[in-house]
Every structure is written in C-alpha cells, then in structure tokens.
Design a protein. Structure first.
Length: 555
C-alpha cells in the first residue's frame, strides 16, 4: 500500500495545483532576475571600450537606454519575484495551518494532556513559518543566488580564463568567512539577548521587592549582582560589535585584493595582459556583484536548516494517532427520535494515558427527563465524564449511548442542538452580545439570541447597554460574574437542546445569585435531561439523583 504523503507535501501540491500560474510566473521572474543581472557589466564594457577609450559618441545614447532599460526590467523582475514569493508563502502558511486545524480536531486526548498550550501554539506559529521560509527565503532564494554566482563566474570566464580562476578561488573563501561570521554573530546575539533578559529581570525584581531589600539591608548584595549581570551583558554585546565591525572590512579587503589582481593583469604584470579597460571595469562590477549572493547564501542555508526541522515536526504532528471517525449517516432526528429515553454508561473505562485510568468500569443508566448530580473530590473524573458524554473523548472500553447511539460517533455538526453545556466560567469571544451567544453560527438568528437571553433574565439589562445587543463586548467589563453565568445559560439553551450539562456553574457565586440561577435552571430543566456536577448541596437541582463518584480502581 502506498504511503500517504505528508501534510506539508499535500499542502505544497495543493498550492501548486491551485496557484500554478503564480508559480510559473515566479520561476520566470527568478530566471529573468538572474539573466538580467549579468547584462549591465557587459554594456559597461561596451561603453568604455567603444566610446570612452575610442573617444566617440557613436551608439552611446542607445547603450545608455539599454543600460537604463535593463535595470528597469531587473527591478520589475525582482519586485515580481519578491511579491510572488511572499504571496505563495502566505498561501502555503494558510494551507498548512488549515490542515493542522483539521488534524488537531481528530487527535486523541493523550495529545492534549501530553503537550502544553505553548507547545501547541509553537506548532502553528513557529514551525509553520519556518516551513514557509524554507520554500521562499530558503530554497528559492538559494537557487537564485546560486545561479547568480554561476552566471557571474561564467561571464567573467568569457573575458579571461585567469579571471575565472580568481573568481572560483574567491567564492569559497568569501563563503567560508561569511559562514563563520554569521554563526558567531548569531551565537553572540543569542547570548546577548539572554544576558539582557537577566538584566531586565533583575531591575524588575529590585523595583518589586524594594521595601524588602531596604528592610533587610540587602542593597549591597543586589548591587553586586546587578553589576555582575551588566558586566556579562557588556561582554556579549562587545562580541556582537566586534563581529559586526570586522566583517565588512574583511570582505572589502578580499574584494580589493581581487581587483588589484585583475588590475595587475590588465597592466601586463605577471599574467595575461590581453584584458581591455572595459573588460577590467566589467570584471570589477562582476566581482562586486559576487558579494551579495554569497553573503545571502549563509542566511538562506540557516533558513533551510530551520525549515527542515519545522517540516519534520509538522510531519510528526500529522502522524499522531486520531480518534475513531464520526458516523456521518447520523442526524439529530435519528439520535433523539422524539425525545431522550435514556442515557447509558455501559462499563465505561477511560484514561488520558494507559497508566492514568480516570474512570474504570463505570455503569449508570439515566432516564430521560430526570436530573442527576455527580459529586466527588476534585480530580475524580467528573468533568472528564462530561467530555465523554459529549463525544469529545473516546473511551478506552465500554461506551456512553443516547437512545442506543454511541456519543463518540455523533457528528459535531448538530451536537449543539443535542447538548447545552454550561461551564464553571463564561468564555467571551470577540464581537457583540449577539456573537457571545451565537458564537458566529449562521443558524442562530437574532430572535433566537434575544429569546435565550430573555429566558436567562438578561434581556432587560442588555437593552440598557449603549448599543443593546450590538454592543461590542470587551473583556469582562460589561457583565458581572453572575451575569456571565446567565450568558452561559443563554448560550447553552439557544438551540433548545434536550440535554443540559452543568459543570460547577455556581461554584464562585454568592448565595443570593446562586439561588437565582438555580431557579432559572429549574425552569430550563422542564422537559430536559439534566446532568450536573456539584461540590455543594446548596447548588443541587431540585429532585436531583446524587451519584457519589469514587476513585477509579485499576483491574
């Protein structure tokens, strides 16, 4: 069986397929950039040998127009190349991130428990950006610069074999010097940033702990530590300055040596004296144009190394195990079938890792329309149980079924019409009040949002806001903690789901607000199946069946 292409290669193929004209135009612009950059020195040679040395103006105007025209075309080619590189690079970033987002929704729970949010963010930001650099500032730019170097050397060889030998000897020397300096500068800059961070941290700590430092007479110790950090920072900064200040003169010395060597040849000293003044000027121009691509190659090599590492990490991410696929043949009508008859926890076992079993052989049957409250210490698995009910996690063994349908097979497309989930805290999203409830779902109308807020007792307050339901919500400044929980109720019931899941939603509320919300939830529970999590008897739903959860015992 053929191996599935990696995520990055699928993304690249997709970009080339859908943006082939842009890719072809990029190749043409890159080739034109290389070819056009070789022409100006040849025109310069012609001007000097034909017009300046020959003391004639014949054809000078035409050559000048050619010279200006070539540079105009070269500028256009460079612009087009740079623009298309950025354009295709951004398209590639978008394609990879979209595929990664699709992938992350199919991952098993062990990925989320084994990786921090910072590590996940790094996959989407740093790794993807480095892959884009690999194919833009890396491979393409290195190819263009490599062709420029080859073109320059061949052009010089057309003038003189000896000049070409000089250029061939100079290229690796300049490349080696550039690479050594780039590595040393990069290391020195890394050390400098680290030392500067320590200096800034020390200043912040001193200001924050000023009273303690004065009270305990620790000024001398803090000053000594500060002086030491400043000295370390000075040494690392001095290294950066040393390499920055010596690189350019060293390269210019190599360039000057090559020009002197060429000039001696033109003067007939030591080797072939057949070179003309125009050839001398053109050769000097070519030698100068060698420096930029050689210097760029070092940075591009670094981008390629970083990009390959990012590519490897993205492909490793793409190979992570996935949850079982959802059953696309299911619909809300098939699951509900006129109402919720029962929710069954059938010998349910789950663990985020093989050695971390949270629920073991858990069995329970909940009749439709009833209320059940799960209690137990923190970490016992209550919220995990809710995630399993909603099909966000897949059991290790056993199952949770609603009317006989496994919840982990239910498609996400209609889960909001089946479950109303109210968390411990309300999470705001960017946008107005309407968006806080609809979450951008086009199926949620303004009338549905207003009806849900009225049910939660928030409609009157929202209409007092500057723009009513169209008021932009910035952070938590517009709503108190209790009002946020009412927003959570409105968000949960906007689709009128038959099942409500309440996860410690009144834990941080005062007694009066808690009772008000419990009263609202009492109204919401009519005709619905209610599953809740609570640590306090005061927050229990009326007539709720209590399930005391115990520590999972491994087999």
């Amino acid at each position: 069986m053929n191996k599935k292409p990696s995520l990055s290669m699928r993304s690249i193929r997709s970009i080339l397929k859908h943006h082939l004209p842009a890719a072809v135009l990029l190749a043409a612009a890159a080739g034109a950039s290389v070819w056009l950059s070789l022409i100006p020195p040849l025109i310069l040679k012609q001007v000097i040998d034909q017009n300046i040395t020959g003391h004639t103006l014949d054809g000078l105007q035409q050559l000048a127009l050619w010279y200006a025209g070539v540079y105009l075309l070269l500028g256009a080619a460079e612009f087009l190349k740079g623009y298309l590189l950025s354009y295709l690079g951004q398209k590639l970033i978008h394609e990879i991130r979209m595929r990664m987002m699709e992938k992350i929704q199919r991952l098993t729970a062990s990925y989320y428990t084994g990786h921090t949010p910072a590590q996940m963010t790094s996959r989407f930001v740093s790794d993807v950006a480095s892959v884009s650099d690999l194919f833009t500032d890396g491979v393409v730019s290195m190819l263009v610069d490599g062709l420029k170097i080859i073109g320059v050397i061949i052009s010089i060889g057309l003038f003189s074999r000896e000049l070409m030998i000089v250029a061939l000897c100079a290229v690796p020397l300049i490349g080696w010097i550039t690479r050594v300096y780039q590595n040393n500068v990069r290391k020195a800059q890394t050390d400098n940033f680290a030392q500067l961070g320590q200096v800034n941290s020390h200043i912040s700590e001193t200001v924050r702990c000023f009273s303690m430092i004065r009270s305990y007479g620790a000024q001398e110790s803090m000053e000594h530590s500060y002086r030491q950090k400043l000295a370390d920072n000075f040494r690392t900064r001095d290294k950066v300055n040393f390499y920055d200040s010596t690189y350019s003169p060293l390269i210019q010395m190599v360039r000057a040596g090559m020009i002197v060597f060429i000039a001696l040849g033109a003067a007939g000293i030591g080797w072939n004296a057949g070179i003309s003044i125009g050839m001398l000027a053109a050769s000097v121009d070519y030698i100068s144009s060698l420096l930029d691509p050689i210097e760029s190659l070092g940075e591009e090599f670094q981008s390629i190394q970083s990009g390959i590492s990012g590519l490897k990490r993205i492909d490793e991410f793409d190979s992570l195990p996935e949850e079982a696929p959802k059953d696309s043949s299911l619909s809300l009508e098939k699951v509900v079938q006129g109402g919720i008859r029962e929710i069954v926890f059938d010998h349910l076992t789950f663990g985020y890792e093989p050695e971390r079993i949270v629920l073991n052989d858990f069995c329970l049957k909940v009749e439709g329309g009833s209320a059940v409250t799960f209690m137990g210490r923190t970490g016992i698995g209550k919220t995990t149980l809710f995630n399993l009910i909603m099909g966000l996690l897949t059991p290790v063994s056993g199952a949770i079924t609603i009317n006989g349908v496994r919840t982990d097979r239910i498609p996400n497309s209609f889960k909001r019409s089946l479950f109303g989930y109210i968390e411990q805290d309300f999470t705001f999203v960017e946008g107005d009040v309407y968006r806080q409830i609809s979450l951008g779902d086009p199926a949620v109308t303004d009338a549905m949002v207003e009806k849900a807020c009225a049910f939660a007792g928030l409609d009157a307050y929202i209409r007092t806001l500057p723009d009513g339901y169209h008021t932009a919500v910035k952070g938590t400044e517009s709503f108190s903690w209790g009002q946020r929980q009412l927003l959570a109720v409105a968000r949960a019931v906007v689709f009128d789901p038959p099942i409500l899941l309440l996860d410690e939603m009144t834990a941080a509320l005062d007694a009066k607000t808690e009772q008000d919300i419990i009263e609202i939830l009492g109204r919401a529970s009519r005709g619905r199946t209610i599953l809740s999590i609570s640590h306090r008897e005061s927050s229990l739903m009326k007539n709720s069946r209590i399930i005391e959860m115990q520590e999972a015992q491994a087999d």
